[in-house]
Design a protein around this ligand. Sequence first.
Ligand code: SF4
Length: 499
Amino acid sequence: MQTLESIYRQLDLIRIQKKMMVHAQLYEESAALRKTEKELMQEAETYEKQHKLTLSKSKYVRGLQCEKSLWLYVHKYKEQTFSDAQEALFQQGSDVGVMARALLPNGVLAVAEGSYPGFASAAYTQSLIDKGVTTIYEATFVHDNIIVAVDMLDFRDGQWNAFEVKSTTKVKDTHYTDAAIQYYVLSAHLQNIEMYLVHFNRDYIRMGPLNLRKLFTAAKITAHVKDMQTGIPQKTRDLKLNILSEEPVKEVGAHCNTPYTCSFYAYCHKDIPEVPEVTVPMEEGETYINVEAVQEYVQMTDYPIGFLDFESIMPAVPMFDQSRPYQQIVFQYSLHWQLSADSAPEHAEMLASNVGDPRLQIIPSLIAHAAKLETVLVYNASFERSRLEEMAEDFPQYATALNDITYKLLDLMPVFRVWYRTHSMGARYSMKVVLPALCPDLNYDQLPIGDGVSATNAFMQLYHEKDEVKKAAIRQSLIEYCTLDTYGMVRLWALLKVV
Ligand code: SF4
């Protein structure tokens, strides 16, 4: 049996010869070459199928990002790891695709429920087209042993319109790459195709029931993806040959996170030591304190001092009136405060219920407790500041009081990023690292919810959870997590005061 590379080489040669024959008007000779070309293409296809070299849109995009990632995906699939945030993002993308189908109702789904697009859904798509079905969801096509599915395919006025739905608020470069490989395959089957990218309209503000025609917007991208066709055949061949090779050697680098965080990140980075960004030379067990800077920072504060933290959700589809796609919606706050340097910390918190807009439950309580404070310490102020500003804008009746809190914010994070460091913090300076390093009795590891992403997911889970006992446990975990964030700041503040 020939190698795939030699079949590809012969195909290239035949195609060059064919062009020359046509140019010289040697049509019979050209027809003979066409026969050989067809046989070679069949041989290539058989070889590719036998060696599991079928590409999909996602494999193609993965291979463009890193050929090793594609190789690992085919040969070491189980080595992948996904964070909760990545899992949630995949689910969100699929939910949004389903929701957008209402823009073109009464279509037929080409992919069996719970399955991925494949040769069977491609055959079914063709049968639907043959029957005259004009709207097809997950319409699947195969060409060059590449399988692609478009979210919605619609035939109207002699024109095929292919719609790819993305849960973003704009067209990104990677979307063009996706659409270009889709167009490459689609155009081998259909004529007269327009490609559209459907995404969220970032200016849509929900008021009342969702208006899908305003929530989504469609960008026509046909011209752009047509311009990207030239290199695709060669690239897909390279990727298929790469799959046949030994495990590629590839240094880790920026491409591991761009445009997507690679699912083999942990696999490739397991032996790579973390490089500290903050370069204060320290021995093991040593603590570095810039006394003058810390003392200056402490003098910038006034009592009563508050320690504030928000938790938020960021629904792609606006859940509440007066909110936009992907707007951060605060659902919980924790606030500790000290009236004077010697007084014991006091605490207030609120975790919204899952009925109604959480912000409208949080805001009055927050204002009531924060009004008396002179300084409000937060860890990474840009987050709390942005949320306060947004709430002030969305609910003008509370704007004055919320802006008043914003003016009092002071960020604790820079202190522990630069002036107060321990060797054990390495390059990191998040609360999850700083707190256990300086106050070993406080640790997020002991909590069921130990980071912001888990808190977001937990609050969203409350909307679906029916079991009241589980709901109560989730709410208790959320309270413990947010409370530790602000109590942790109280303890860090206590260290700064005595520098
Ligand atoms: S982690 Fe980086 S080097 Fe490794 S497969 Fe992924 S992109 Fe390639």
